[in-house]
Ligand binder design. Structure first.
Ligand SMILES: Nc1nc2c(ncn2[C@@H]2O[C@H](COP(=O)(O)OP(=O)(O)OP(=O)(O)O)[C@@H](O)[C@H]2O)c(=O)[nH]1
Ligand SMILES: [Mg+2]
Ligand SMILES: [Zn+2]
Length: 349
């Protein structure tokens, strides 16, 4: 009895302390907002070029040639949904030194999202018109990893192009393997560009693909996304990192997405490499839609509720057996489908 009383009293004290803390924080916020309001200029259009925890970098909307382009670090109103690189916003610049404030987000045309390690869906980039999925002979590419990005692109309605970087490393031994991989995606209608970030002469197809559009580079750590940004735009001067000598994998050099303007009129977003683009948040039907050739066939299965695993008359299995589609893609589909549940998430972590 005595023990419970004590607990209640403790509980009450804890709640009281927490309420006091909340009050103090609210008062501080009010003070800050009042202080900030006097120091801020008029509301104007801008867009997010980088995100750093509690602050973002905002660039003013500028004239046609970008001559008045300036960026400012800003706070953002706590009520806003999560801001992301590429977001168009309304913001107030500071009148003198200091931080501005983002006060509103404009509706997004597209948003690329992926779940974080805790399964929460997080935006990666907004208003992107094109996804460039970068891969390289090193770290060793896998179609299962590439497929994940392509599925995300299909489901977000963002056209995807594959970029095979580090062409200088493709020797006679590697050539058949990378050609086979590239051809598989070309057959599906995805353009595949072969480039070398360190050889500016060979970058013309990439310049062409990027011109006048907002694009995002995605792909495994170490494939050379930041190197490619530097290749097409040396002024960007982004940090690049060696592959680990132990694992041969990238070392997650880029930690935050960043947008740069291209001389050809487009915008390019570099994003941090990830081990694997998680897709646990989607259902198997969505996954199927992310596989363009499988999705086209699914209506022709004998049974309407075909699971495409072992039913007779499954159009997907038949097509794979006849060589009309790549078996590798179908087996990747099964493999990813197995990770779409809670269990998959646990295995991933
Ligand atoms: N040989 C060769 N090496 C390259 C090429 N492009 C990039 N690299 C090297 O690959 C390594 C990784 O390059 P990054 O540009 O940091 O790779 P990233 O994809 O941005 O990696 P994260 O930021 O970790 O996601 C660096 O050592 C680069 O010098 C290329 O075309 N050829
Ligand atoms: Mg990088
Ligand atoms: Zn089927």
């Amino acid at each position: 009895m005595a023990k419970r009383k004590l607990n209640r009293r403790q509980q009450w004290r804890i709640e009281k302390i927490q309420a006091e803390k909340r009050d103090r924080a609210n008062r501080r916020n009010d003070q800050q907002e009042n202080l900030v309001a006097d120091d801020l200029g008029d509301e104007q259009h801008g867009f997010i070029t980088a995100h750093f925890g509690q602050q973002v970098e905002v660039e003013n909307a500028d004239g046609p040639n970008g001559e008045n382009r300036k960026t400012r670090r800003c706070h953002f109103r706590a009520t806003l949904e999560q801001l992301v690189v590429g977001d168009k916003v309304i913001w107030q610049p500071p009148k003198s030194e200091g931080l501005g404030v983002v006060v509103a987000i404009e509706p997004r045309d597209t948003v690329l999202k992926r779940p974080d390690l805790y399964g929460n869906l997080k935006p990666v980039a907004a208003n992107v018109e094109q996804m460039l999925v970068v891969f390289a002979p090193l770290p060793t590419p896998s179609s299962a990893l590439l497929d994940r990005y392509l599925v995300a692109a299909e489901l977000s309605n963002i056209p995807a192009t594959l970029v095979l970087n580090k062409a200088d490393l493709i020797d006679e031994t590697l050539r058949p393997f990378v050609d086979e991989l590239s051809d598989m995606y070309r057959r599906l209608g995805y353009p595949v560009l072969e480039v070398c970030a360190h050889q500016s002469e060979g970058l013309a197809p990439l310049h062409e693909a990027l011109a006048g559009k907002t694009s995002v580079f995605v792909g495994q750590s170490g494939v050379g996304k930041s190197s490619l940004v530097n290749g097409v735009m040396p002024e960007a001067d982004l940090q690049v990192g060696e592959l680990s000598s132990n694992s041969g994998l990238g070392q997650h050099t880029t930690v935050t997405a960043r947008l740069v303007h291209l001389p050809t009129g487009g915008q390019l977003i570099d994003s941090p490499g990830i081990r694997e683009f998680g897709l646990w948040h989607i259902g198997e039907d969505d996954l199927l839609h992310g596989y363009r050739e499988l999705s086209e066939l699914a209506g022709y299965c004998k049974f309407r509720n075909c699971s495409h695993r072992n039913e007779p008359g499954c159009a997907l299995i038949t097509a794979a057996e006849n060589g009309d589609i790549d078996e590798e893609r179908l087996s990747n589909f099964y493999q990813i489908a197995d990770t779409l549940d809670e269990e998959g998430r646990e295995r991933y972590q």
